[in-house]
Design a binder for this molecule. Structure first.
Ligand code: ARG
Length: 266
């Protein structure tokens, strides 16, 4: 069922591509913060038009990737499992997001003991949390999150550096089903996905390559990169309301709509 969501976002005032920590980033080409802000504003308005609530965290100068709020934490049942970034370039974001949750009255807020990049690698369904590993988040964090949240966590292994976070290769359509790009996963994890989600939407390489799987669904409306043509068609065929967005500037850093969006689950 679609219902109103609560999202945390971070305006890309200081957005830039000045280092490369994934294959999408090319510092010699850079990126334009003003364009990113315009595209991001449209995404935020889209959520608000759908009746979702958007909270904002202040962007910090010198943290150009902070716009990718999904990486800031994992929030389930009001419990906040903090992030610990894999790269030095983003390390300061972990404490910044933790501070936001503490200052806004969330409890408990847990500082993680192992590397994990929040909702970039943890995707929440009704009965289970799917968790990526291979590039950023360590398996030990999957176990730590399971213990802290009291939800079963299923490990999935990512194998393609272009799909370095789980949310670049898979998104929950609703609490029970997902869409994903099989090429991003190890053979064993592909089998796991096939067993768990026999009715999944299977995306091809073209949709994956425009970060089409980095989508946000409320169970009825799916916000997806405008270039993901085949995927959008299939989602519509299944009765979903597809809302295309243009986040081409943010894609230069390897991010799409989901990366910009941290869901706060009460
Ligand atoms: N440049 C950022 C990084 O490589 C992009 C993060 C995208 N976020 C996400 N949830 N996939 O860390």
């Amino acid at each position: 069922m679609a219902h109103s969501r609560h999202y945390l976002m971070c305006r890309p005032d200081h957005f830039a591509v000045e280092y490369a920590i994934n294959p999408w980033m090319d510092p010699s080409k850079g990126a334009d913060a003003a364009t990113a802000v315009r595209q991001w504003e449209r995404l935020k308005e889209t959520y608000e038009e759908l009746g979702h609530r958007v909270s904002l965290i202040d962007p910090i100068d010198g943290l150009p990737d902070m716009v990718f709020a999904a990486n800031g934490a994992l929030v389930v049942g009001g419990r906040v499992y903090g992030a610990r970034f894999a790269t030095a370039e983003r390390a300061a974001e972990g404490p910044a997001y933790l501070r936001w949750f503490t200052e806004n009255g969330f409890a408990p807020v847990m500082e993680p003991t192992v590397t994990n990049e929040g909702e970039g690698d943890f995707l929440v369904l009704d009965e289970v949390v799917l968790a990526g590993t291979g590039f950023r988040t360590e398996i030990a964090a999957h176990q730590e999150a399971q213990e802290f949240l009291g939800r079963p966590v299923v490990t999935l292994r990512l194998v393609d550096p272009c799909y370095y976070h789980l949310d670049t290769a898979l998104f929950p359509i609703d609490g029970r089903n997902v869409a994903y790009y099989p090429g991003a996963f190890s053979p064993g994890s592909r089998d796991v996905l096939r067993r768990m989600f026999p009715d999944a939407v299977i995306a091809g390489p073209d949709d994956a390559a425009v970060l089409g799987l980095n989508a946000v669904s409320d169970g009825h409306n799916v916000i997806v990169n405008v270039e993901a043509a085949d995927l959008s068609l299939e989602l519509k065929r299944r009765g979903l309301n597809v809302i295309p967005v243009d986040l081409s500037e943010l894609r230069k850093a390897g991010g799409g709509p989901k990366c910009c969006t941290l869901e706060i689950r009460p």
